[in-house]
Write a protein that binds this ligand. Structure first.
Ligand SMILES: Nc1ncnc2c1ncn2[C@@H]1O[C@H](COP(=O)(O)OP(=O)(O)O)[C@@H](O)[C@H]1O
Ligand SMILES: [Mg+2]
Length: 218
């Protein structure tokens, strides 16, 4: 369902990705590991169409991301790709509930449908009692769970997460990992997760290691 073909990306004369190709199947949870600076974030941003490669293609459900026009691509991104960042990137002036709903409103779904789905996700992620709090009033683990609910609101084809647990203590990390698996169980989501954590990477269906701009194991 997600396919990257011969991706290259350089910053000046630093070649970050050299002909990287990979395939992720539907319902898979794949981890991406590699040293700091190996190009993991760069790869994830290209897979999510947030960053343009110098060459190569990314296909999601057969859609060639970089052949779309800007408007079409932003709609596709909003509806088909969920992002979870290392630092939650929640909007500080909105509540947890509102943060989860916003991508749904942007997608143009009916307000009542979006809000019902948001409630369902907040309940599933154990956030109902905190839903009317703003990010500054939430713990790190809660903020990251809100960010996950937000990523899921439009039922995306794939969820891309960049070191989502990097900022959490070990207990919250463990809970977050379990969450990815139970979400897959419940909704059949597909995840690509960049992580530093070998323990978690070992739990995933498959580990992709980036080294010197290439994939060394898949
Ligand atoms: N916008 C940018 N401009 C120049 N160099 C960058 C930029 N983004 C990342 N890099 C460099 O590309 C390399 C890979 O970065 P990144 O993908 O963030 O690695 P990782 O996420 O694996 O730590 C690093 O050497 C980084 O300094
Ligand atoms: Mg990174």
């Amino acid at each position: 369902m997600l396919e990257a073909n011969l991706l290259t990306k350089s910053y000046g004369n630093l070649q970050v990705l050299k002909d990287v190709s990979l395939v992720v199947e539907k319902h898979e949870i794949v981890s991406v590991v590699g040293a700091s600076g190996a190009g993991k974030t760069t790869l994830l941003q290209i897979l999510g169409s947030l960053l343009q490669p110098d060459s190569g293609k990314v296909l999601i459900d057969g859609n060639d991301l970089f052949s779309m026009g800007e408007k079409e691509l932003s709609r596709f991104r909003n509806q088909q790709i969920g992002f979870v960042f290392q630092f939650h990137h929640l909007l500080p002036e909105f509540t947890a509930f509102e943060n989860v709903c916003i991508p749904g409103y942007i997608a143009g779904a009916k307000k009542s449908v979006v809000e019902k789905k948001a409630q369902e996700l907040l309940q599933l992620l154990d956030l109902l009692p905190r839903q009317h709090h703003k990010p500054s009033q939430l713990s790190g683990g809660e903020k990251q769970r809100v960010a996950i609910a937000r990523a899921l609101i439009n039922n995306p084809s794939v969820i891309l997460a960049d070191e989502p647990s990097g900022n959490l203590d070990s207990q919250n990390q463990e809970e977050l990992y379990r969450l990815f698996f139970s979400l897959r169980e419940k909704f059949g989501h597909t995840f690509v997760i960049v992580t530093h954590d070998d323990h978690f990477a070992g739990m995933t269906d498959r580990m992709i290691r980036l080294q010197d701009g290439s994939i060394t194991s898949a």
